[in-house]
Design a protein around this ligand. Structure first.
Ligand code: ZN
Length: 343
């Protein structure tokens, strides 16, 4: 099985991260990718460089305004006298009307939901190639692989069609799902990251062809705070096609499994042709975010249950932050998945 990753994904190196208002180093460091790549190789996956699948792959998910913003904003921001090194919004509109600001500062507020998605000089290059890794992994499955893994970094599941947030810019799961949709009538996305997959939910909220399911720490006291509740079920044609399972902080392996079973039953009821897994490893008991308490072995158990669906699957890397076990946790998940799924 293949693991798609491009060296260009290492160039985004965000500096700023506010924790309860206090500046801290960003946990979304390129070192994550180094460790995850080792973890994928330890599971026996073969690294492949993604081809350039073109802006088309991203434009199926995101608005042209937003893509133009992501690809040009750093250069425009840098021309402002006294501007910060990274693009960080200082305005957060709580409602956005029909107007679209012309200024770089206004647009940063429009397109960046929080301060955890700073844009530096090389960010767009990494964002673009992270999306290409998702497109590549989806292409592997379209061409006959049973499953594949995309080492997407920066991650994507907090990114909406026109909004970055929480380390995420382009919704890589969305990119993979739209690629799969070219050959599949129905695609399910299962998000097992510690945090609610709010951006993925938002991208497909009014659609019946892509089921979005997310198991995550209850947002009532946890990021992303404003999304991820059980009563968010979709809208319009998509009503009934979004399924959120908020679970208590600190949930460990045994207590996690019944929630996973519910998620998998819902996916089976959707009868999808393919599955995208938003593979966050920050549900780990030793992750710096300390939200849930999944063990290294627990990731294998989760993966086995999902693998038993035997659906063509694209595993897309989401969160999971620096600890000695980041690589081994990925190895555990991929090995468990491969054992149950085959391939
Ligand atoms: Zn996360």
């Amino acid at each position: 099985m293949k693991a798609a990753f491009a060296d260009q994904q290492m160039r985004h190196e965000p500096k700023t991260f506010l924790v309860s208002g206090a500046p801290q180093p960003s946990p979304e460091q390129s070192e994550r990718a180094t460790r995850l790549l080792k973890g994928a190789e330890a599971a026996g996956l073969e690294r492949v460089e993604p081809e350039d699948h073109g802006l088309d792959a991203i434009a199926r998910v995101h608005t042209p305004e937003y893509i133009a913003f992501l690809s040009t904003i750093h250069e425009r921001w840098s021309r402002i006298d006294g501007a910060s090194e990274e693009v960080i919004p200082n305005i957060h509109p709580d409602r956005r009307g029909g107007s679209y600001p012309a200024s770089a500062v206004g647009q940063a507020g429009y397109h960046q939901a929080d301060t955890a998605c700073p844009i530096g000089p090389h960010s767009w290059e990494s964002i673009y190639w992270s999306a290409m890794s998702a497109a590549e992994a989806a292409t592997c499955v379209l061409e006959g692989d049973l499953w594949s893994y995309a080492l997407c970094r920066p991650p994507g599941h907090h990114a909406f069609k026109d909004l970055a947030g929480g380390f995420c810019f382009v919704n890589n799961c969305g990119v993979a799902a739209e690629m799969l949709r070219m050959a599949c009538d129905r695609v399910a996305i299962l998000d097992v990251d510690l945090h609610a997959g709010n951006g993925t939910q938002g991208c497909f909220y009014d659609r019946a062809d892509v089921l979005t399911v997310s198991i995550h720490a209850d947002p009532v006291r946890y990021y992303p705070f404003f999304w991820g509740y059980a009563d968010e079920r979709g809208e319009g044609a998509g009503l009934g096609y979004n399924y959120n399972l908020p679970i208590p902080r600190g949930t460990a392996d045994d207590d996690y499994m019944p929630h996973l079973d519910l998620a998998l039953k819902r996916i089976e009821a959707f009868a999808p042709d393919a599955l995208v897994i938003a593979l966050g490893l920050d549900a780990y008991e030793g992750d710096p975010f300390a939200g849930l308490a999944i063990s290294t072995q627990g990731f294998a158990r989760i993966a086995e249950k999902i693998g038993k669906l035997k659906l063509p699957a694209v595993l897309v890397q989401e969160g999971g932050y620096l600890s000695d076990d980041l690589g081994p946790n990925l190895t555990s998940f991929l090995t468990g998945f491969g054992d149950a799924h085959g391939g």
